[in-house]
Structures are given as C-alpha cells and as structure tokens.
Design a protein around this ligand. Sequence first.
Ligand SMILES: Nc1nc2c(ncn2[C@@H]2O[C@H](COP(=O)(O)OP(=O)(O)OP(=O)(O)O)[C@@H](O)[C@H]2O)c(=O)[nH]1
Ligand SMILES: [Mg+2]
Length: 270
Amino acid sequence: MAFIDERTLHLKAGDGGGGIVAWLHEKGKEFGGPAGGDGGRGGNVYLRAVRDINKLSDYRQRKVFEAKRGGDGGGKGKHGANGADLILELPLGSVVTNTQSRKAIELLEEDMTLVLLEGGRGGFGNEHFKSSINIRPTRVTAGKQGEEGDFHIELKLIADAGLIGLPNAGKSSLLNALTRAHARVGSWAFTTLEPNLGAFHEFILADIPGLIEEIIVLTKADIVPDSRKKSVVRAFKHMKKRLFAVSVNLPDSVKEFGDGLVKLLRERYY
Ligand SMILES: Nc1nc2c(ncn2[C@@H]2O[C@H](COP(=O)(O)OP(=O)(O)OP(=O)(O)O)[C@@H](O)[C@H]2O)c(=O)[nH]1
Ligand SMILES: [Mg+2]
C-alpha cells in the first residue's frame, strides 16, 4: 500500500439541536405552562497526535468527516443530548492548514489534543421564553451551525533519519533489516519509487528512491508537478538526519565515493 503523507479533508463540527415547543400536561390542570427543552450542543472536532506514521491512510476512502448533531430538546424542559465529538487522530508531525484562512496548526507532541472546530450551541425551547407577560410562548430557536472547513494535512516530521544514496545501494534492505518494514528489494535500480518508513526502537527511519540528483534539483525548485516526486522531496526535506548508504561492491574507493556524495549535497542543497 502506498504511503500517504498528505490529504485534504472537509471537517465539520455538529450543529446544535433545536429547541422545541411543548406544554406541561398535569392532571387536573387544563393549561400547563411551556415546557419545551433546549437543544443539545453539537459535537466538537478535535485533533490528536498519535505515533503512527501510517495514520493518514485511514482517511484515504473518505473526504468528509463530521461530529454529531446535538439532540433536540424534549418535553418537561428536557435538555437535548450533546452531539458526540469527533476526534481525528493524525500522525505526530502533521501540519493542518485551513485552506481558506491559511491558518496552520502543527501537531508536535504525542497525544496533544486540541479543538479544531466548535460545535453549534443548542437552540432554546419555548420554556426559555416564558415571562410574566408571556406565559404561553410558542417561540423556539434552531441550534447554531457547527463550524466547518477544508483542511490540508501534511506530514512533515516523518523521519528521525533517512537513508539516501544511489540506486541499488541496499537502502531498502537495510531498512528491512533494522525495522519491521517490508520494503521491496530488487537487484535493479529504482526498485523503490515511494518513501518507505520503519520504526527502529523509538526512531523513525525512512528509505527513499535512489534519486539523489533529482531530489536535490527538485528540492530547490518550487514547482513539483508529479505527486510521487513531491512526496520523495518532502521525505528528503524533513529527515532530521541523512544517512548515506554506499554499496561496498562499488569498484571505486568507498571513502572517495562517500566524500564526493557529501560534497555534492553540501554544494547543491545547503
Ligand atoms: N551482497 C550484498 N547485497 C546486498 C546487500 N544489501 C542489499 N543487497 C542487494 O542489493 C540489491 C539492491 O538492494 P535494495 O535494498 O533494493 O537497494 P536500494 O538502495 O533500496 O535500491 P533502490 O530502491 O533501487 O534505490 C538487491 O539485490 C539486494 O539483495 C548486502 O549487504 N550485501
Ligand atoms: Mg530501495
């Protein structure tokens, strides 16, 4: 399954429930007073950071996620139930940007939970409007709408260290050996076409295609049309450390080759 490191979702908090018109029905009393309860609050949308780099793939099939609407008020002044909150779990390191306001939130700490969108307040039932001059009010209000918006989610801090190097250097083999990843290994160049990730104890390691030159050029360029290249560049950019994988089978002196690679990267990238 392809690794997913960005997603755009439409998120909506729950609308408030409506207030209702109801009257007290008491034995022996012909006209009971107003007793329509208020609506419940709509559910909020929360974001929570979890240590699961594959979490965005949970949101692959759907684009719209909503918290629940608050319940309508009931008779006898009963308050409607509050709508259930929606807790959207996202990988640690996600940056969530409101596509309209461009306001961005970074999820940098594990288990960090914050309110993204607030549910609407419930409406008032007719009981709310009773007063000495209006003892039989029929007025109610509808619940307020929950907040909503489109959010672009991008996974930034994807790797504590990343393996980079020429094609066929053995990067994917090393990742598989160090972690429980099942990256594809092949005796030909460009076996890996998309970033692979694995956890080595508490460190997240990344393995990317052997495309050093291209990655450097693309990283410098602002416009990267191909989404696959984009995710490789992103993975490359957000590695906290870069580990150069060099095949010892190379005819050249390994040291010379490694030094050349570092020099090239320094010149081009830093
Ligand atoms: N002899 C030997 N071969 C290895 C070693 N590690 C990997 N290989 C072989 O080298 C080839 C390339 O391995 P990969 O892990 O796919 O290399 P890669 O750097 O991920 O390659 P790309 O994804 O194409 O960039 C495969 O045929 C592996 O079986 C090693 O330590 N010793
Ligand atoms: Mg590979």
